[in-house]
Design a protein around this ligand. Structure first.
Ligand SMILES: [Zn+2]
Length: 114
């Protein structure tokens, strides 16, 4: 870690906390490279690995999915006694599509890190 600190452009960057926050909120290294005008996204990958940000982001991502699924399960448990409108069905379809898109993004991210 000391060697990383000595050589890492991200650690020494004045916006390091903002960069890490963006990464943890789902920004890709290439997006961060573009926003903060880095010469290469590879330094962002190295920094994220050294600081354990991939694991933190994955845990945060899975926590959000687990919360959403738990909330959906509570709603689904009441489906037999609830009045469901067309609007409710469309909202459920939209949520399902978002979850699928998040899971696909997670799969692609995991595949790109191999
Ligand atoms: Zn660093």
């Amino acid at each position: 870690m000391t060697r990383h600190l000595q050589h890492c452009r991200i650690c020494r960057h004045e916006a390091c906390a903002d960069i890490e926050r963006a990464f943890l909120n789902g920004a890709s290294p290439r997006e961060i490279e573009a926003v903060w005008k880095f010469a290469s996204y590879r330094a962002i990958y190295r920094h994220a690995h050294a600081r354990g940000l991939f694991l933190t982001r994955a845990e945060k991502f899975h926590g959000r999915i687990a919360n959403t699924v738990a909330a959906a399960a509570r709603i689904i448990e009441k489906v037999d006694s609830a009045r469901v409108t067309g609007r409710d069905v469309l909202a459920a379809v939209r949520i399902s599509m978002k979850i699928n898109a998040l899971e696909e993004k997670d799969r692609l991210t995991a595949r790109s890190q191999k």
